[in-house]
Every structure is written in C-alpha cells, then in structure tokens.
Write a protein that binds this ligand. Structure first.
Ligand code: BES
Ligand code: MG
Ligand code: ZN
Length: 492
C-alpha cells in the first residue's frame, strides 16, 4: 500500500474520505470543484449530518459513468483531538473505504491539524496498515483489503516531517503485523523450534544479532524450570537471545526484554477445559511482541542497547510431562513447588530473567507475557496489566502508552500477598490461590529480578480480539510492539 501526501486531486476520484469537525460550515474543501462542494453541502444539510465524534456516513454518486464514493467521518470538537483519537478516526475511514471496495483513497481534513506533522504522518500510515491487516493465508479465497493507495490532501509545500512520520508509522505497523502473523499462526506450525527459526529470519532481515540454544545447552545452564515445562512436548524447549546495540557507549544501559514463549499451553496435567484451551496458540504473544520490537528498533536505528530473550516451550501431556507436586530447582538455585502445571509461564520467565541478568548483565528488565486469566478478567481485551518496582520507569511506560495508544493499567505490587506463594516444601510455590492472580504472579517473578528496575506486562487479555474494532481485526492484536518501541524511543 502506497501512502503519501499530495496537493492535487486526481482526474477521476475513486474514494474521498473527509474528516471534519462538528458543527459550523464545511471547511477545507478547496481541493474540490464547485459541483462536489455543493453536493457535499446538500448532503450534510439534508441528512442533518453533524460530524459528531465517530459518526460515519458513506454515499456514492456517478460522475462521467464512474462511481465516486464519499466517506464522511465526524471528528467532534477539534480541541479534543489528540493523536490517539486521530488514529481511531483514520481507522474508521479505512474500514468504511474497504467496505466500499475503494482502491484509490484521498483523505481530506476539514481543519488544520494540531498534531504536528510527524505525528500526523505517523498515525496516518500506522492506522492504514494496521486496519488493512488480515490473516488470510489459509483461506482458499482470501478477501484482501482493496486499498492500493492513500493520498493525504494537504496544501503544505513542506512535506518533510509528514513523510518522516509516515515512514516511522509504517515501521511501527509492519513490525506489529509481523507479530500478529506469528501469534495467529497455529501451534501445528509454530513450536519452539520453528519459533526460533522465525526469530533467526527476522534477525537476518532487520539486522540484529541472534543466538539460539537447544535442550543440551539449556540443561548445562541448569534452566530446570524451563525444561520442566517443556518436558511433555515432542519438541524440546529453545532459548532465543537477540541483541541490538544502537549505542556502543559502554555507559549506556542494557535493557532486557523477556517475552513469554509458550507456543501452546494445554495446561499440562492440570489440563484446561476445551473452551479455555482454544486460544492457547496465542500463549507466545509476549515472544511475538519482543521479536516485533527488535525488528522495529533495528529498523528505526534507535540509539539504545537491547537484549531480548525468549524461553520457548510447549506445555503438553505425556509420560514425561511434569506433575503437580513436583519440586524443581530454577537456574537461580531457588526451588519451586509446582502446585499447578498450568501456571507454567512464570516458570519459563524466571529462568529467562535469571539468564539475562547473570549472563548478559542487563541493567533493567521488562517482561511481557500472556500470564494470567486474572489479568484478562480484571481489564478485558482493551487493557494490559502493568506491575513493577520502579515508578519513574513505569511513568515512562505510561508516556509510551499515551504515544502508542496501547492501553495499560497499573496494579499494585502488594507486598503482603507474598504470603500467598509461600510453600512448606520449597522456597516458593507457583500459584497463590484464587485471589489477586495477576499480582501473585508478578510477586513470584519479582523474586528473580535481583532488585533491578523491573516492569511486568500481563497481556493475557489484550493479545487477542474477538471482534474487529478500529485498527484491530479479529485475532492477534500485536500488542506490545508499538508500546515497547515507543518506550525504547523515549529512552534514547
Ligand atoms: N496462558 C495462561 C494465561 C491465559 C489465560 C492467557 C487466558 C490468555 C488467555 C496461563 O499459563 C495460565 O494458564 N494461567 C493460569 C494460572 C493459574 C493456574 C494460577 C490462569 O490464569 O488460569
Ligand atoms: Mg497455563
Ligand atoms: Zn500459559
């Protein structure tokens, strides 16, 4: 899809999207001829159309034997428009355009945007590529988006900043769509081995380095928590380590991203009921988020140093699988009583975190994981849960959330609940009971971060969508990629 800025309408109009503020006279129509302006004015008057925020109207007319489609998108009060609202408005426009089978789309703003050109270009391109995304490779008759070109009509001569934004927005969206593909791909295709292969291909394509370890090496590293989780599967666990050095200055901090990479989660012997198991190909949503982020960061050439790690495994059942009651020794030496084999994510994460602190000497750790049904129950599909031990860093993440539009909500790292994961048999148990599941999971992980600044993002709710909405279709959201890339950009 081509996306650019132009100062002129084409001879034959295919589809025009007009995003306009509420009330008052139609403005900013100087690109259009008198007839078209008259027609738009009549339409607005006849329909009493007010351009309230999020209101959409599509109509078509025939001009010289050709159909012209007009899509009106209400922007509400201009003073309330920020880049997140703009992204959503664009997305509504693209969805209406795709429904009308538009190919050549012109976009006009009936007001001068207060966003700044870089931001405007960014949300324009990002929303277009995210909204047009479909996972249709397994359909005999795929219904791809019809949009071929998008032209933003603006009278400005200096398009440098707009184009810079368009380029960045494209990178953000393409990396997100890559993560979406990876999550949507079923578990008969993506297992720990093929996930590692995918990461290798991505590293080669985007220019960051990668190392993968198979079971032998993982055994030598004594990552027995990871090994225990993967024992029931035919495909052994893999450890995937990706590195990007954008700022060779040694004084610069090394930031670790840890992504949960369960390529499938049956629950193990504490097996999930059929309904809950259905979505569990997405249990590597955190891994997809960190791979996507690495691609974006390398593509944007951010001046940061990042190491991303995935302890990939498949939680299955067999004569070799781990059992409830097993006591395992994690890489750190801390012992864990497994009271539920379905609380497997935290076992893989703590070995990965210990590795990245000990072997890679990371200064800060951020983990992102489809970790608890409790997070999904608390906040639904629109928000990710955030818990951490360092308020200034969390503040930076909140800023990244405002920039990217990926919603987060902080929960407390409530110390007294540590009681809930105490074990009689081992240093800790892997489940804290039915209450505050997202928090007790975070408290478990916290025991392994060695007091380093740490952020935990639980994306169990936000990694998949049941219904299409705005920039999201049904299935994987690619959540985390834009949030983490924005965070790292703010940390440059
Ligand atoms: N992968 C699941 C969490 C999950 C739930 C992700 C729903 C996406 C959607 C995780 O491994 C899990 O099974 N968690 C258990 C933990 C419990 C046994 C303490 C859960 O939340 O039920
Ligand atoms: Mg589980
Ligand atoms: Zn899981």
């Amino acid at each position: 899809m081509k996306i650019d800025v132009t100062r002129k309408l084409p001879e034959h109009l295919d589809t025009l999207i007009l995003i306009h503020e509420e009330n008052g006279k139609l403005k900013g129509l100087e690109f259009l001829d008198q007839d078209t302006i008259q027609m738009l004015e009549n339409f607005v008057k006849e329909d009493d159309y007010s351009f309230g925020y999020g209101k959409i109207s599509t109509f078509a007319c025939i001009k010289g034997k050709k159909r012209e489609t007009f899509i009106l998108v209400g922007a509400g009060a201009k003073s309330k428009l920020d880049s997140n609202k703009m992204r959503d408005l664009f997305a509504m426009g693209w969805r209406a355009a795709m429904a009308a089978k538009a190919k050549q789309v012109q976009v006009m703003l009936g007001f001068s945007s207060a966003l700044g050109d870089v931001n405007l270009g960014h949300v324009l391109a990002e929303s277009a590529l995210l909204s047009a995304y479909r996972f249709d490779k397994y359909l005999s008759k795929p219904e791809a988006s019809t949009i071929e070109n998008i032209h933003l009509l603006l009278s400005t001569k200096n398009t440098r900043y707009l184009n810079r934004g368009i380029l960045a927005g494209r990178i953000f969206a393409e990396s997100t769509n890559m993560a979406r593909d990876l999550v949507n791909e079923p578990a008969n295709i993506i297992n720990p081995e093929s996930l590692a292969e995918f990461a290798k291909k991505t590293a080669l394509q985007y220019g960051f380095s990668i190392e993968t370890h198979s079971a032998d090496k993982i055994k030598r590293l004594k990552m027995d928590a990871l090994l225990a989780v993967g024992k029931g599967s035919k495909v052994d666990p893999r450890l995937i380590i990706m590195r990007y050095t954008g700022n060779p200055d040694k004084k610069n901090q090394l930031i670790a991203l840890v992504g949960k990479g369960l390529t499938y989660d049956t629950g193990g012997y504490c097996i999930k009921p059929a309904n809950s198991m259905m979505g569990m190909k997405s249990d590597m949503g955190g891994a997809a988020a960190v791979i996507g982020t690495m691609a974006a960061v390398a593509n944007l050439k951010l001046k940061v140093n990042v190491v991303a790690i995935i302890a990939a495994a498949e939680n299955m059942i067999s004569g070799e699988a781990y059992r409830p009651g097993d006591i395992i020794t994690s890489m750190s030496g801390k012992t864990i009583e497994v009271v539920n084999t379905d609380a497997e994510g935290r076992l893989t994460l703590v070995d990965a975190i210990h590795y990245v602190l000990e072997k890679e000497k990371a200064d800060k750790v951020l983990d992102i994981a489809t970790l608890t049904g409790a997070a999904a129950a608390a906040l639904g599909q629109d928000y990710s849960v955030v818990i951490g031990n360092n308020e200034p860093w969390i503040e930076q993440l909140k800023e990244a959330s405002r920039d990217s539009g990926e919603l987060i909500w902080q929960m407390p790292l409530h110390e007294p609940y540590k009681e809930l994961i105490k074990s009689e048999m081992a240093d800790m148990k892997n489940v804290g009971g039915p209450l505050a599941g997202a928090i007790t999971a975070a408290l478990f992980i916290r025991e392994y971060v060695q007091n380093k600044p740490w952020i935990h993002i639980d994306i169990a709710g936000s990694t998949m969508k049941d219904k299409p909405k705005g920039i999201y279709g049904v299935g994987a959201t690619g959540v985390g990629v834009r949030l983490l890339t924005s965070l790292l950009r703010n940390m440059e």
